[in-house]
Design a protein around this ligand. Structure first.
Ligand SMILES: Cc1ncc(COP(=O)(O)O)c(C=O)c1O
Length: 440
């Protein structure tokens, strides 16, 4: 029996995994990861796999990066944790300053304040509570949110409410906040006029319900978990215009797209549009530790400051035990420093182009429906020729030393931003061969 098989049996006896059907778990022979080096995952039997999805879209510089490791170790020797409720600490302050300095600089308000959270979902949760409370404290409580179909903003109930991914969300609809879904400008099923259809639907929705809407929330430029539905930047300008026209806030959820993934620091930078609230997570800590944040415009923050004559507190009564944990902040600061020193955003843009070029022949495969990509965020949609076709392709890639994870029948490719040419070629070749094997 291999070490992997032994550990998998122990795992199956004790663990319940996220987003996992356990009836298949042992038969699927999960990878039991033991260590990692750069873009490589190494399992308990010593097999090496190129981490083609950046460990669920997180690692930006590769695993166990020496400078990030050193920063976390140094922080650990100084301060492990102290609460951010009532006290503060230097890494939390410095990281907020860095995020504000790097924030998008487009049309819309400047983002000048940072509210920390833990995971992407909890950043979204904070953002939607801020938006609702902001409406109540600037005029009249507006209880509704406008969201896009096929959206994914996380799995806590607020985040599910503003999502539109039926497979993940339909079960929980009876539990949720009131939201209004509009068609997505990235939805291929709408045909080539999808941008116009989505824009008109947004305009109409806001004309009918705008005075009850506290915020419009979108994943800017590309809906990741939908299966990489990229869309035209003009939609973000329209969303900015409609939110302003009706006095609602605009929220960009950059949990997946932020920190270089799209070949720019933020997806917002492609459109030159600023939101009022921007959520980020995943790659913010270079993919090391759970920390996320909401970047807020000054006018939003100001609505939470106490004033003379107030009859109720304006405080944002929200936060978590480990908010702004110093180890997470130290990892994030080191990661952002390395990114700037090594011009990683420009490298990510070049990596995306190269990946696109290498995958071009695969786009002509008779059983590949479409390849969608923005920067390094890539989805290869294959024809469902059998049960779990996307998963079968990923298993075949794994046999070739490339680790991938599908979303339905779309195989996601989202490597660390610092991949070398040889590693990029291996990734593209492993995927192409896997598609060929499964969809011959
Ligand atoms: C756009 C977006 N928002 C939010 C989330 C949720 O983040 P987390 O899984 O860290 O809670 C995700 C996760 O994939 C995401 O893609």
């Amino acid at each position: 029996m291999t070490a992997s098989a032994t550990w998998t049996a122990r795992d199956a006896a004790a663990v319940w995994h996220p987003f996992t059907q356990h009836a298949n778990w042992i038969d699927d022979e999960p990878t039991v990861v033991d260590r990692a080096e750069g873009p490589w995952l190494i399992d308990v039997d010593g097999r090496r796999y190129l981490d083609g999805v950046s460990s669920l879209w997180t690692t930006t510089l590769g695993h166990c990066h020496p400078e990030v490791n050193a920063a976390v170790a140094d922080q650990l020797a100084r301060l492990d944790h102290s609460t951010f409720l009532g006290t503060t600490h230097t890494p939390g302050i410095e990281l907020a300053e860095a995020l504000i300095r790097l924030a998008p600089n487009g049309n819309g308000p400047a983002l000048t304040k940072v509210f920390y959270a833990g995971d992407g979902s909890s950043a979204v949760e904070a953002a939607i509570k801020i938006a609702y409370q902001h409406s109540a404290q600037t005029g009249r409580a507006r209880p509704k949110f406008v969201r896009l179909q096929h959206a994914y903003h996380g799995d806590t109930l607020g985040a599910v409410a503003v999502g539109g991914h039926d497979l993940f969300h339909a079960t929980y609809r009876p539990l949720l906040l009131e939201t209004i879904g509009v068609p997505s400008p990235g939805d291929r099923a709408l045909g080539p006029d999808r941008l116009d259809i989505a824009t008109r639907a947004l305009e109409q929705t806001m004309a009918e319900h705008g005075d009850e809407v506290c915020a419009v929330i979108v994943e800017p430029m590309i809906q990741g978990a939908a299966g990489m539905y990229d869309y035209d930047a003009a939609f973000l300008a329209a969303a900015r215009r409609e939110a302003d026209r009706h006095g609602a806030l605009l929220i960009f959820d950059e949990v997946a797209t932020g920190v270089g993934r799209t070949g720019a620091m933020w997806a917002a930078d492609h459109a030159g549009v600023n939101p009022d609230l921007l959520t980020c997570g995943k790659g913010v800590t270079a993919g090391y530790l759970p920390l996320s944040a909401v970047l807020a415009a000054e006018h939003v923050y100001e609505a939470f400051l106490a004033r003379e004559g107030d009859t109720a507190p304006r405080t944002f009564f929200h936060g978590h035990t480990y908010t702004a944990n110093p180890l997470c902040c130290a990892a994030a600061l080191a990661g952002l420093r390395v990114m700037e020193e090594q011009d990683v955003i420009a490298r990510a843009a070049r990596l995306g182009e190269r990946l696109g070029k290498l995958l071009e022949p695969l786009g002509a495969h008779p059983h590949v429906r479409e390849i969608r990509r923005l920067g390094t965020m890539t989805g290869v949609e294959v024809e469902p020729v059998r049960e779990r076709t996307g998963f079968a392709v990923c298993q075949a890639a794994r046999e070739r030393g490339v680790w991938l994870r599908p979303l339905g029948d779309t195989v996601i490719v989202m490597p660390p931003l610092t991949l070398t040419e040889a590693e990029t070629e291996l990734l593209a070749a492993g995927l192409a061969e896997a598609v060929d094997q499964v969809l011959r």
